[in-house]
Write a protein that binds this ligand. Structure first.
Ligand code: SF4
Ligand code: SF4
Ligand code: FES
Length: 512
């Protein structure tokens, strides 16, 4: 591999990398604003200047290709002075709204100013005045005074969504980002502009002024709203309420993007629809402590098998269960039928037609079963329905299910089956659960709980482990057993899945 020298250290780089990319790959961070790894290079902010020996002036590292033998200085006095100058220039018309700006705490302009900038302003003239609180679109608010004209947002709309709503108009200190006449920034990925804006110029109308980011909890998870399974971070306030979801970079799955519908899906989670207490039917359904309900459910399933044979118990499972839950459910019930998933629109960027997160995992773990005939004929006496509330439709209606002696429903929200259950067990929703999902293209990714499940609800894998009597004490151990039993998951562990996941042995390349 070719080599360059960065601050006296010889490192290798890949052909095609820019100096900035080669430095970052070698662990030398270069401050920047307009460069974004998933957009074309604009080279307009000048924050990434470095000295390259034999070049007549400082060079912008985001645009300069790395070449064999280059000697690069990223920390010398010349570079530091240039960084200070660039920041002083950028701050001339910046309003210094930090105390009330949503970007504070995660703002590259704040961070770079702390690291490299001047500690005072020499600017005594009037700052330029621009529009504040401009409604750019249904989800995005614009503060033109904070904008540093990096054009990331413009390039995003031109190059990723190809909707081209934004442009940079006027020149010099009158330059401003604007929507084209008659347009709104209302594409299906508009909130990605908020993620990539390196200052607080573009803010989310749903999140602005809700919280300061340093007071928030974060958990790495996976969006469960379609079978793409975008990597994301779930942000919660001190009361455990979800206040925003943002994409996490995963080049195998979603790059750095996430659709608006997926990231705002938490707003539709209704607390009143959540199941918090277990219930048992004795004539009518009445609440019981969870441990009592668990014992009753385990005993009902056992006695159905003892009285009518091993095939008397079976399960339905929706593709909202994790891989770990599916594996345990199969152990518990033997035969498991996968329920249909909701379907919807798709696009060429990320959004998939299948609106469930784990159909691919279900196909690998559960196989294909159809239980309808055996339920109708009365051969199946006990059915476990796992997270059925989000299924598109159920294979059988209430009249046919009435033939069952036992109907154990595990779910996080009320659905058509919860009123018919003989045993109702409340479980965690995906953002409260630990485990993994397998996306449509076979990428297995971990989810981690962003908050505890409400009331007595427990992660589904814990409930199933209890019903089996397996006593597994972590989702990671369940996953290890799964990987030992199912070839497609061979050699995988939660630790190996890491932050970006691993692909099933049999999976094909996703569309780029
Ligand atoms: S609004 Fe933000 S992303 Fe767009 S040009 Fe201004 S600073 Fe850059
Ligand atoms: S593309 Fe699918 S998985 Fe990704 S954010 Fe949107 S709904 Fe969620
Ligand atoms: S990051 Fe290189 S010029 Fe902006």
């Amino acid at each position: 591999m070719p080599k360059i020298i960065i601050d006296g250290r010889e490192v290798e780089f890949r052909d095609g990398q820019t100096v900035l990319q080669a430095c970052e790959a070698a662990g030398t961070a270069i401050p920047h604003f307009c460069y974004h790894p998933k957009l074309s290079i604009a080279g307009n902010c000048r924050m990434c200047l470095v000295e390259i020996e034999k070049a007549p002036t400082l060079q912008i590292s985001c645009y300069t290709p790395a070449r064999e033998g280059m000697v690069i200085h990223t920390q010398n006095e010349k570079v530091k002075k240039a960084r200070k100058g660039v920041l002083e220039f950028l701050l001339i018309n910046h309003p210094l709204d930090c105390p009330i700006c949503d970007q504070a705490g995660e703002c590259p302009l704040q961070q770079n100013t702390m690291n490299w900038g001047p500690d005072r302003s020499r600017f005594e003239e009037e700052k330029e005045r621009f529009g504040k609180r401009v409604e750019m679109g249904p989800h995005v608010m614009f503060d033109a005074e904070r904008c540093i004209k990096c054009t990331r947002c413009v390039r995003f709309c031109d190059e990723v969504t190809h909707t081209g709503e934004l442009g940079l108009v006027e020149r010099s200190d009158r330059a401003v980002i604007d929507v084209f006449p008659g347009k709104k920034l209302d594409n299906a990925y508009s909130l990605c502009t908020v993620d990539i804006c390196p200052v607080g110029a573009l803010t989310s109308r749903e999140f602005r002024f809700e919280n300061r980011v340093w007071f928030m909890g974060q958990a790495k998870s996976v969006c469960a709203e379609c079978s793409r399974g975008c990597s994301m971070t779930v942000w919660t306030n001190m009361q455990g309420e979800v206040q925003r979801m943002t994409p996490s970079r995963n080049d195998n799955v979603n790059g750095t993007w996430m659709c608006d519908a997926g990231r705002l899906s938490y707003m539709e989670w209704k607390p009143e629809a959540r199941l918090r207490r277990a219930a048992l039917r004795n004539g009518r359904l009445s609440e019981k402590p969870l441990d009592e309900a668990l014992k009753a459910a385990a005993s009902a399933l056992r006695s159905a098998r003892e009285r009518h044979g091993a095939f008397a118990a079976a399960a339905w499972c929706s593709a909202f269960a994790t891989n770990e839950e599916m594996f345990l459910l199969k152990k518990l019930a033997g035969r498991v039928e996968l329920l249909s998933s909701p379907q919807g629109a798709s696009d060429d960027i990320l959004v998939r037609k299948d609106k469930s997160p784990n159909r691919r995992g279900a196909q690998a773990i559960l196989g294909s079963e159809n239980l309808s005939a055996d339920i109708r004929s009365g051969k199946i006496k006990a059915l476990v329905a796992f997270k059925p509330s989000r299924a598109a439709e159920l294979p059988l209606g209430p009249a046919e299910l009435a033939k069952l002696d036992v109907l154990v429903v595990l779910d996080w929200q009320a659905g058509p089956l919860s009123e018919m259950a003989t045993h109702l067990l409340p479980c965690a929703a995906p953002i409260e659960d630990e485990g993994s999902f397998t996306n449509e293209f076979g990428w297995v990714q971990r989810i981690a709980p962003a908050r505890p499940a409400p009331g007595e609800a427990m992660p589904g894998w814990k409930i199933l482990s209890n019903l089996i009597g397996a006593g597994e004490d972590s989702a990671a151990k369940v996953f290890e057993s799964l990987a030992q039993s199912i070839k497609a998951f061979e050699d995988m562990t939660h630790r190996k899945l890491g932050a970006s996941g691993l692909r099933l042995a049999s999976a094909e390349e996703p569309p780029r």
